[in-house]
Design a protein around this ligand. Sequence first.
Ligand SMILES: *[C@@H]1O[C@H](CO)[C@@H](O)[C@H](O)[C@H]1NC(C)=O
Ligand SMILES: *[C@@H]1O[C@H](CO)[C@@H](O)[C@H](O)[C@H]1NC(C)=O
Ligand SMILES: *[C@@H]1O[C@H](CO)[C@@H](O)[C@H](O)[C@H]1NC(C)=O
Ligand SMILES: *[C@@H]1O[C@H](CO)[C@@H](O)[C@H](O)[C@H]1NC(C)=O
Ligand SMILES: *[C@@H]1O[C@H](CO)[C@@H](O)[C@H](O)[C@H]1NC(C)=O
Length: 496
Amino acid sequence: MSACLCLAFLLFSVVVADATYIPRRSHHLLSSRQNRKTSKSNTELPSHFETRYFPQNLDHFSFQPESYQVFHQKYLINSRFWRKDGPIFVYTGNEGDIEWFASNTGFMLDIAPKFKALLVFIEHRFYGESKPHKLANTLGFLNSQQALADYAILIRSLKQNLTSEASPVIVFGGSYGGMLAAWFRLKYPHIAIGALASSAPILNFDNIVPSSSFYDTVSQDFKEVSVNCFEVIKRSWGEMEVFSTIKDGLQELSKMFRTCKTLHSVDSASGWLETAFIETAMVNYPTPANFMAPLPAYPVGQMCKIMDELPLEASNLERAFAAASLYYNYSGSVTCFDMENHTDSHGLNGWGWQACTEMVMPMSCSNQTMFRPFESDDEKANQEYCLREYGVKPRPNWITTEFGGQRIEMVLKRFGSNIIFSNGLQDPWSGGGVLKNISSSIIALVTRKGAHHTDLRAATKDDPEWLKQQRRQEVAIIEKWISEYYNDLEQEEQAK
Ligand SMILES: *[C@@H]1O[C@H](CO)[C@@H](O)[C@H](O)[C@H]1NC(C)=O
Ligand SMILES: *[C@@H]1O[C@H](CO)[C@@H](O)[C@H](O)[C@H]1NC(C)=O
Ligand SMILES: *[C@@H]1O[C@H](CO)[C@@H](O)[C@H](O)[C@H]1NC(C)=O
Ligand SMILES: *[C@@H]1O[C@H](CO)[C@@H](O)[C@H](O)[C@H]1NC(C)=O
Ligand SMILES: *[C@@H]1O[C@H](CO)[C@@H](O)[C@H](O)[C@H]1NC(C)=O
């Protein structure tokens, strides 16, 4: 268990795992849950959105005849609140179906009436429906720079079609989409006047932040609720290992874990538990939500409560299992757990490719966490995996070369403006986020109780004060950007 791998999972990813070496991160973070996530119940098109398709060149950066291949990029548009020349709010899509992001980014819809804004959600190339017809030999065109160029071209075309070229554009994004929003503002300041980058771990590259921060944060989330809860989980792995040494251990474990089929290895059950704890930490939202899975408010606390309520004689492993069941069976409708099915229903693993090329985010796990420790230095195994799976070699320094990251405060203090980096410290990805104010307009909004892009979710009547306050601050900052923009525009007109 020493392989770091840098196949970091942001929102989700799908790695079909029949190779002998499986990057640990992707192995236990992704799962067949991906199928559920993109299931219709969770990804319905919010009302008043219209679906459109825009032809894009597959390759924006060279002028070879074959670069002019076209794919159709899906985007969602809502003009219900829009007033001509008013602002355009664009969500820079990340790794998945755009409906999923639209339905989990209610914040934009909530604030659109106030701003009389047009809402646009653009799907990322090679995800959802926005795939080229021929996938063979085209994966090379799946990268963040091409995606940013897609957004730039689509926005320009849209403004032209609306004859609304003066409309200010603000880009929004969460997670990888948040990275894209921030990078878009830095690369295309002539197209977007500002960016709200929520839970964007742009410093998780090139060891700018410690590779251990992800697992440290998950563990801290549980410890914060109860030290006992942390200890129970920490001790459960050893109890699990025992099943691999005893006769009929796998049958017994399968029974205890109510699996649909007898397990082939103890590792599947460990991975299943780890995924539950990690993903629950990511979505440790203050109100009930259905992002990765349907869950109650503050689900980490609920998990710990379940553990505490078991009878005295329950083992640590039984407690950990009962807690994880909250994540997989909150609805109460699951009859058995399918722990070894990593079916990739889409046939294309876009995030796996991106993680093997540019999105190289080192991960390690220290012995201070509640997980089994592993180190992050297995670059060779990573390379072999990527070569075998995709025929490519990862470029761990590419993102920081292309977009920066090292000494970001010093660099952006005198370059760039109008970016909000928002992070919730419950979020395992927050360690890779920008957590300090950089300048008067590159602002870090940090909430102690926030999780993975909590602020982008739709407001609910039960939202706590800190969340309302954070969103009010975001709205005020965006208002300021927009009014400055209109002032500048007016002055420019007068000077003519
Ligand atoms: C703008 O209009 C042109 C011509 O009808 C169309 O081809 C293009 O797809 C439109 N752009 C967008 C972003 O929808
Ligand atoms: C899911 O929850 C329901 C209701 O609590 C329970 O009856 C069922 O056994 C659970 N499923 C599994 C696989 O544990
Ligand atoms: C894996 O899951 C998929 C989708 O849930 C299902 O259709 C398929 O039958 C499962 N495969 C196995 C081997 O259980
Ligand atoms: C935990 O890790 C540290 C640093 O790698 C090491 O010095 C220490 O011995 C480890 N502790 C245990 C109990 O393994
Ligand atoms: C950044 O500045 C804003 C005020 O502009 C403040 O509300 C916020 O707390 C600051 N962020 C941090 C991380 O100190």
